[in-house]
Write a protein that binds this ligand. Structure first.
Ligand SMILES: *Cc1c(COP(=O)(O)O)cnc(C)c1O
Length: 480
């Protein structure tokens, strides 16, 4: 028996490489990543390939391992080439992604030590690190010490966690759902609808509050609707506002909304997945006034703090209400129960085993310092304004509202022919060119182009490149 066990140990040894092999693997991966980073400014923002990465299926898993060179080649050709390059500064579509270097080091360390940050007992330091991060976020939005939070996989799960907490905090049970009213903007992110559905609230009454010309919720209309609903015997429960809508970057009048909500005892959940971290910037601070008056906030470090995908955050002003919705009891967890412990992610979220996300955020904040993030965010706002101002004087382009944060909507109005078709072709031409990547949306039934500045590698030269492409390609299409 021991012989067989020893044999199995030997056979499984490839999953635990020794020092020499680790060194070789690390060197190869480093060479690959340095090659990527050193060329990032010339790599296209978008690549259309014939087979769309399908080639990866040509390399099935085999009993024996493959050589690192071969594996990296498969990765490069089939994964790191086709599609959008979120690490590129030329990514100016959707909401751009990040991928700061320090986070990769944080992930590396977190994965090697594999500290378990779910339960205080298991890794008190890791839990404190994650709490320190959510406390820091609570501080920057102006929440008091009673606040708590959780680092999630992204904004969608953060919205879900916030909405579940709001549901339980206001005592909404299954039998109450049909009379429960949620107020939101037509520009609310679809993850909000999804979260309401997943949390058993699909049958509640949804009130879409009219928006002004800047796509911001009209606070007066909200109050009017709440009063009508009270008269009808319904139960106004929650307002979901946007601190930066994904589509247009609009920020609802949060302070006014919170005043109205508080008068009628409603929960205010702010979806700041895209825009929340702009509160770190000088200009954003003014625009996001009133965040501290809300009950819960979502903000995505993988958007506003330029982290690689996989880190969102939810903050709740009263952390005990988060605990009420997410606590657990299990016999086998009895060692972890101790009132002297800090609340840990497993107490405040649906997760138990989880990635140690804190380290990929803690390390960049420590190494680069907070000031660098503040400056980067301010730069993004100014870049959007720069684009808006320069494009306003380019003949043929019609600009949407002046940007609240870093999203600008605009379209070309051709002298003849259909504007929607023209703009569709314009986006295609820009994507085909690949120097920058922009996306489009429908606004008031019109095909509209969007600029979204949030990649940390986007600088003034990038915006100039896009402007030149827009002028060139629109001229080309006009002359067809
Ligand atoms: C991106 C976004 C979400 C969803 O966040 P994920 O991290 O993609 O899950 C929710 N709300 C807004 C406003 C967003 O921009």
């Amino acid at each position: 028996m021991v012989e067989r066990i020893k044999q199995l140990e030997q056979l499984s040894s490839p999953i635990n490489p020794g020092a020499e092999e680790r060194k070789e693997l690390l060197n190869k991966v480093l060479e690959y990543s340095e090659n990527f980073l050193n060329n990032i400014n010339t790599l296209p923002a978008y690549v259309m390939t014939e087979d769309k990465g399908k080639g990866i299926y040509d390399y099935p898993f085999t009993p024996e391992g493959a050589a690192i060179d071969d594996v990296l080649k498969i990765l490069k050709e089939n994964v790191d080439t086709p599609g959008l390059n979120p690490a590129s500064g030329g990514h100016l579509g959707y909401i751009p992604g990040g991928g700061i270097f320090h986070s990769a080091l944080g992930d590396y360390l977190a994965d090697i030590t594999n500290r378990y940050a779910g339960v205080f007992f298991a890794s008190p330091g890791a839990v404190r690190m994650e709490n320190m991060l959510t406390n820091w976020m609570a501080d920057i939005v102006g929440y008091p010490r009673t606040a708590g939070g959780n680092l999630t996989s992204g904004g969608s799960i953060a919205n879900l966690t916030g909405i579940v907490t709001a549901r339980d905090a206001k005592g909404i049970k299954g039998k109450d759902v049909e009379k429960t009213v949620v107020y939101l903007s037509e520009q609310a992110h679809h993850s909000v609808d999804k979260a309401l559905r997943i949390s058993g609230l699909a049958e509640c009454v949804l009130r879409y509050i009219p928006l002004d010309d800047n796509y911001r919720m009209i606070a007066g209309e909200l109050e009017k609707q709440i009063k009508e609903d009270i008269k009808k015997g319904l139960n106004p429960w929650c307002v979901i506002t946007a601190a930066g809508t994904t589509n247009t970057g609009s920020v609802d009048p949060i302070e006014e909304i919170c005043q109205i909500a508080s008068k009628h005892n409603l929960w205010v959940h702010v979806d700041g997945a895209y825009g929340g971290f702009f509160i770190l910037s000088e200009t954003g601070r003014e625009i996001l006034k009133g965040l501290d008056k809300s009950d819960s906030i979502v903000m995505d470090p993988h958007k506003g703090l330029f982290l690689p995908y996989g880190t969102g955050a939810v903050l709740v002003k009263d952390k005990m209400s988060m605990l009420k919705s997410h606590y657990y009891e299990a016999d086998y967890m009895q060692d972890s129960l101790d009132s002297k412990n800090e609340l840990a992610p497993a107490d405040l979220s649906p997760e138990l085993s989880k990635h140690f996300r804190g380290l990929r955020l803690w390390l960049p904040l420590k190494l680069a310092g907070v000031k660098a993030f503040e400056a980067a965010l301010e730069e993004k706002i100014q870049l959007a304004r720069y684009f808006y101002e320069r494009m306003s004087s380019v003949k043929g382009f019609e600009m949407g509202p002046y940007p609240d944060l870093s999203v600008v909507t605009y379209r070309f109005i051709p002298e003849k022919g259909d504007a929607d078709t023209f703009n569709k072709q314009l986006v295609n031409e820009i994507q085909k060119e690949g120097k920058t990547f922009i996306s489009s949306t429908m606004l008031n039934g019109k095909f509209t182009l969007r600029l979204a500045v949030l990649a940390f590698r986007t600088h003034v030269e990038t915006i100039d490149t896009l402007i030149n492409s827009l002028i060139e390609k629109s001229g080309m299409i006009s002359n067809q």
